[in-house]
Every structure is written in C-alpha cells, then in structure tokens.
Design a protein around this ligand. Sequence first.
Ligand SMILES: NC(=O)c1ccc[n+]([C@@H]2O[C@H](COP(=O)([O-])OP(=O)(O)OC[C@H]3O[C@@H](n4cnc5c(N)ncnc54)[C@H](OP(=O)(O)O)[C@@H]3O)[C@@H](O)[C@H]2O)c1
Length: 337
Amino acid sequence: MKVWEVQSHWGIDALTAIDRAAPVPGSGEIVVRMRAASVNYRDLLTVQGQGVGNELPLVPFSDGAGEVLEVDTGVTRVAPGDRVCPMFFPSWIDGGPTAEKRSDPLGGPRPGVLQEEMVLDAEAVAPVPEHLSMIEAATLPCAALTAWRALVVEGGLQADETVLLQGTGGVATFALQFAKALGARVIVISSSDEKLEQARGRGADHLINYRTTPEWQDAALEVTGGAGVDHILELGGRETINRSLQAARVGGKVLIIGVLSGFSQEIAMRSIYGKNLRLIGLSVGSRAHFEAMTAFVERHRIHPVIDTVLPFDSVPAALLRMQSARHIGKICLDFTI
Ligand SMILES: NC(=O)c1ccc[n+]([C@@H]2O[C@H](COP(=O)([O-])OP(=O)(O)OC[C@H]3O[C@@H](n4cnc5c(N)ncnc54)[C@H](OP(=O)(O)O)[C@@H]3O)[C@@H](O)[C@H]2O)c1
C-alpha cells in the first residue's frame, strides 16, 4: 500500500510516495482503508517544517475519511464496512482540553492520513454523516470542527448575533455555513470581490474587501451601527488581531484560531480590558464535539464547500494550490482515482 512521507528534509519537494506492507491491527485497534483526505493550512506549515515537535520522516495531513477494513477481536464500537473519520486528536474523547489529550494530533507528531491503509485506536474514529460523500467527510476533522467549536462550543452563538469571518478558506467557509444555519448575521472580509460574491451566495450578509478597505474594522463597526461585532473568528494573526479587537463589541468574543499573516504582534491591551472582551484560544476539539457537529451537519443537510479534488498521487499539487490562496473552501484528495 502507498504512503506519502516528508523524508530527508522539510519542504513540499521532500514529499515522497513509498510502498509499505499492509498494517495489521493491534490490541483495541482497527485498520481503515482511507478513501479521501483534505488539506489544512496547518499541513502546509507542517510540511515546511514549522510544526512543533515533529520529526522526519513524517506522514503528514490530519483530515481524511475511509471504511473500516478490519478490527481486532473484542472491538465492538465499529465494524468492517463502517464509514469513519479519524479524529484530529486521537486521545481527546470528551471533556475539556488537557496537555495529554492534545499531545498527539494526526499528521504531526503522530503519522497522518496519507496512507492507503491506516491503523487507529477503535476509540479514535467517529461515523461519517450519511448524506456526505467520502470526499466531503474528509473535510470535517480539523477545519469544520474548529469552526464549530469556536462558534457553538466556546462562542454559544445565538440566532440574532453577528459574526465576522476572515477570508474564504476552509475554517471561514464552514463557519459561514454553520452561522447561517444558526440564524446569525455574517460579515465576511476577503481579498477578492469574486470570492465575496460567492460568500454572498452562501448567505453572507455583509461583504468587505480587506485589500480595498484595509481599515475593515471601521466598516464592520459601521455595519453594526457602531455597536461592534459579537463574535470574531480571528484567523489572520499579525495583520488582523488588533483590528479584530477594534471591531468587537463591548463584551464580545474574539476566538483566536489562526496565524495566516504571522504569529507575533503587539496587542492593544487597552481594548481588551476597556471593552471587557473575551479572547478565547482554541485548537480543534474532541470526539464528543465532532459527534455533536456531525449531528448538526446531518440535521441541516450541510454539504462542505469543495474547491478542488485531486488524485492521491497529487499531494504536492494540493499543497501548492493551498499556498496560492486561490481556493474557496476545501482542497481534497481522492484515493480512488
Ligand atoms: N486553532 C486551530 O485549531 C486551527 C484549526 C484550523 C485552522 N487553523 C488556522 O486557521 C487559519 C486558517 O486555516 P484554513 O485551513 O482555513 O486556511 P485556508 O483555507 O488556507 O484559508 C486561507 C484564506 O484566509 C484568508 N486570509 C489570508 N490572510 C488573511 C488576512 N491577513 N486577513 C484576512 N483573511 C486572510 C484568505 O482568504 P481570501 O482569499 O478570501 O482573502 C485565504 O485564502 C490558519 O492560520 C490555520 O493554521 C487553526
């Protein structure tokens, strides 16, 4: 069976497809025949050597979906033929985050999903919603769950509230779909008018081009009649964090998720205490969060927005597409073509 590894050095050019013997399940384990995977911005950082605690060689990518092929004797949670997603944090089943539960995400440091057959703990998978294809399901474990946890678990988003989303990538597009299904008002900022029009088609209420309106926080305040935004998904990092603090309403929440424009920035402390803001850092979520999200996805018949589907032998091309930032929604790999 084929496996993709980053081998001798970090970089997209070091990705190599190798052949390995088919795995066998150990105690309490299962083997999943992977059918699809999807790319997250994190995978790009990981392959370029910017992940924490990763060692070469590494099988990258956290998000995928497949069918259970084989289970160890005694495993009853899943059966051969079941359609499942591996969990981003295999050790985080439920409850709040702890260092231990967050210690071994897939795709770095633990081997990721770019394996035609993958051994997993039987507890570390969850069922795929019935109305989704394998490609669609492969987008859920990181991007969708992060958007869900930010808006629903940590944010407690209510129907009449306002949400601001940065860009039209994987996390932001799921957040748009979830927020609209919950009846919230959504402001989307993007570098592209064309992408903004597509966001409008998915229900976005207010559109701001952050290239032509670099002071987008003022435009967001205007949209809310000067009151400010209830929930801001902070994905940009260095270029966006202080603008997010300005755009938030008194008592609003800034959900700190991403670092698209860089990690470090001097923070406007006065806005945080002066406006009684709640800054909440979060990373993906537990299996219980995932199961609550997939129940919602099923109930609202939500279909993930797929940008591109490439064959399994095109892993470097998928990462280059993400690097180009031309995508909307998710870039996927189909292991069956
Ligand atoms: N904490 C977590 O658990 C977690 C989980 C998932 C992702 N993340 C992080 O969240 C971020 C987004 O991840 P993703 O996978 O959704 O990425 P993605 O699909 O690559 O999204 C990239 C998009 O973000 C927008 N963007 C880039 N720079 C921006 C800026 N300065 N201001 C506003 N928008 C900007 C652009 O949208 P337009 O082209 O429309 O401008 C770009 O296309 C990354 O930093 C990732 O590492 C964190």
